[in-house]
Design a protein around this ligand. Structure first.
Ligand code: SAM
Length: 269
């Protein structure tokens, strides 16, 4: 996983960081990614809303952790390509001294990482690593983060790219084990457990179509499975919910419609 050959930019198959960038309206992607995004959207038009709703949750979750819980350090694994309101920008607006470590295994994210390292106040760092190498991530993150102080662990839109559920559960448990009491875990995850029958069918068809060509397949999981990532943590209200329903900004039209992705924030006691 760490040899250079596996970390070359490959423009011949769709990569999740770049396809996600298409859904978010970005320009850091190749034709193969744009084609994958077009097919996804055709089968499951909700996908653009899902991507934007995920980023809006990122903002609310970081503001909650920084503003209400006083967290000043974040470890954001599966960062994605830089876009609007990256974790350090949100956190440093609340607390300018915030320290953020970004981690991703996509070589194109590394190329664009400079945009993540432009914090004018606190500190940001970038580690090129795979989620399945938690020891390496923790060792390198310790150069920037103080593991005796609470850390906001961010795993947004990444856990569904590890096919082996037991493995990814162990990795999350290992990361949670490494951070002190008062730390928080924030995550988002694809699911087929939200939506009408038609929505679920379209969602499953788009995932299967994507997986037939993608560099790394995407695995939707059930609510019961995703809840297991929070083992040993206290889920912050309102618990594990659709990404649009986690402490939404007030709107005059009642609750925002659900989208097919779970999110949650848990506190380490
Ligand atoms: C769908 S994007 C999500 C980006 C961002 N977290 C967000 O929520 O907007 C998934 C990101 O996770 C990264 N990723 C996927 N599998 C990974 C792994 N095993 N190790 C590290 N990064 C990974 C991809 O390269 C991509 O940048």
């Amino acid at each position: 996983m760490t040899d250079d050959s596996s970390r070359k930019i490959d423009a011949s198959v769709p990569h999740s960081a770049r396809v996600w960038n298409c859904f978010l309206g970005g320009k850091d992607n190749y034709e193969v990614d744009r084609e994958a995004a077009r097919r996804y959207r055709e089968l499951f038009p909700q996908i653009d809303t899902i991507a934007r709703t995920d980023r809006a949750f990122l903002g609310r979750a970081v503001r909650y952790m920084a503003g209400e819980e006083g967290i000043r350090q974040f470890l954001d694994i599966g960062t994605g390509l830089p876009t609007m309101d990256n974790t350090h920008e949100v956190a440093q607006r609340v607390a300018p001294e915030s320290r953020i470590v970004y981690v991703d295994n996509d070589p194109l994210v590394l190329v664009h990482a400079q945009a993540l390292l432009n914090s004018s106040t606190g500190v940001t760092d970038y580690i090129e690593a795979d989620l399945r190498e938690p020891e390496m991530i923790l060792a390198k993150a310790a150069n920037t983060l103080d593991f005796d102080q609470p850390i906001g662990l961010m795993l947004l839109g990444i856990l569904h790219f590890v096919e082996d559920f037991d493995l990814v559960r162990r990795v999350v448990a290992q990361l949670v084990e490494a951070v002190p009491s008062g730390s928080h875990l924030a995550l988002t995850h694809a699911t087929f457990d939200i939506g009408s029958h038609d929505v679920v069918e379209a969602n499953a068809a788009a995932q299967a179509d994507y997986n037939a060509n993608a560099a790394v397949p995407l695995m939707a999981r059930t609510k019961a499975q995703i809840l297991q990532f929070f083992d040993g943590l206290e889920l912050v209200e309102p618990g594990l919910v659709s990404m649009s329903r986690w402490r939404p900004e007030a709107i005059p039209f009642g609750e925002p419609p659900e989208v097919a992705g779970f999110c949650g924030v848990g506190r380490k006691p």
